[in-house]
Design a binder for this molecule. Structure first.
Ligand code: NCD
Ligand code: ZN
Length: 344
């Protein structure tokens, strides 16, 4: 039997949601990841230290029996965020703050409308050693949705990086060759996460033969040359790129809708699908760096102890998951084959 063993991995970007949903999402992630960077785009968003601490406790309470899973918490930036908020959040153990341009994605309406007004806050984060996580898309109506990431780099990211050379910045869930090139060329305080869907799919998988709402996420899937660039960079083992699933559940009726939500719920298959991609690329030896080393090193956290084992074995990703409220979620890659399986 073909198998590989890697040091226990972490997920550097995901959405757990809240309430009853936590029993589902925390278990799914804790089955293989030791830590995860938890996104703060709840309703209402997680905008201060008290909310961070309370949310962290709800996640800890939702862990399966005996789990030592550790949530790494983030603060949601708005134009009302103050330096005091940053200092208090840091003292409460918050590792990073998340920049959503207002309107860019799910639950981002309350987020940042004026980026420049936030520069003093970035300065405070740099002083405090708090990372800045960026959803890098502009939101102007006249900018084509497929160009919004590149436009954000040209208009905003370049300026932020040069103004704050000591601020650690993660360009989240990158989707384009432009983003790859930018991160490669930037200083060592700039890194990026990459999702399974952006490695596995391109926009044809969203639109050819009918609209596929379960492949709809933001930033939206791009053309195949961009998918190719993401695959090529992870195959090199470059330490600026690491695993962030962006696992983002929405109930089935919210995805299969006239105005469907963005987000792929990948937690039950992400580590397996990443392994499949690295195998296809002939780069299985680079999986451990991507999944278990580069993120921890960039965040300045210790690498995990322990290992997980993946076995080369076919299985079918379930068509649906039923939540405790009886409503279904369609997981990412539902009904499709995956040829690597986590050994439990
Ligand atoms: C995320 C969500 O649903 O919260 N959706 C998504 O398509 N990725 C938000 C985000 O990360 O953009
Ligand atoms: Zn996300």
């Amino acid at each position: 039997m073909i198998h590989i063993e890697i040091q226990t991995p972490d997920d550097w970007h995901l959405h757990f949601r809240d309430g009853d949903m936590l029993n589902e999402t925390v278990s799914a992630t804790a089955r293989c990841f030791k830590r995860a960077i938890v996104m703060p785009n709840l309703v209402p968003p997680v905008t201060n230290a008290k909310m961070v601490e309370e949310y962290r406790q709800r996640i800890l309470d939702a862990r399966p029996e005996g789990s030592d899973f550790e949530p790494l918490m983030t603060l949601y930036l708005t134009n009302e965020t103050t330096s005091e908020d940053i200092i208090a959040a840091k003292q409460a153990g918050t590792v990073a703050a998340k920049l959503y341009p207002a309107g860019a994605t799910t639950n981002s309406d309350a987020a940042v409308k004026s980026l420049d007004a936030l520069f003093p806050i970035f300065g405070e984060m740099q002083n405090q050693g708090m990372l800045l996580l960026i959803h890098g898309e502009v939101t102007d109506n006249h900018i084509d949705i497929f160009d919004r990431e590149k436009e954000f780099i040209d208009r905003n990211l370049t300026r932020i990086v040069s103004a704050f050379p000591e601020l650690k910045i993660v360009f989240e869930h990158i989707t384009t060759k432009d983003a790859v090139d930018f991160v490669v060329a930037a200083n060592d305080n700039v890194a990026a996460t990459i999702t399974p869907q952006h490695l596995l799919l391109n926009r044809n998988d969203l639109l050819v033969g009918g609209v596929r709402p379960h492949n709809y996420c933001l930033p939206v899937l791009k053309r195949n040359i961009h998918q190719q660039a993401l695959r090529e960079i992870v195959a090199t083992g470059n330490k600026k790129f690491f695993l962030g699933t962006d696992s983002a559940p929405h109930e089935k009726n919210k995805k299969e809708s006239a105005c469907g939500c963005a987000g792929c719920y990948s937690a039950w298959s992400a580590i397996e699908l990443y392994t499949q991609v690295f195998d296809e690329l002939g780069a299985l030896d680079k999986l451990e760096g991507f999944a278990s080393h580069h993120g921890a090193d960039f965040y300045g956290l210790p690498r995990n102890e322990g290992t997980i084992t993946l076995v080369k074995e076919d299985w079918t990703i379930p068509e649906q998951i039923i939540l405790s409220n009886g409503n279904p979620i369609v997981p990412f890659f539902a009904g499709q084959n995956c040829n690597w399986k986590l050994k439990v």
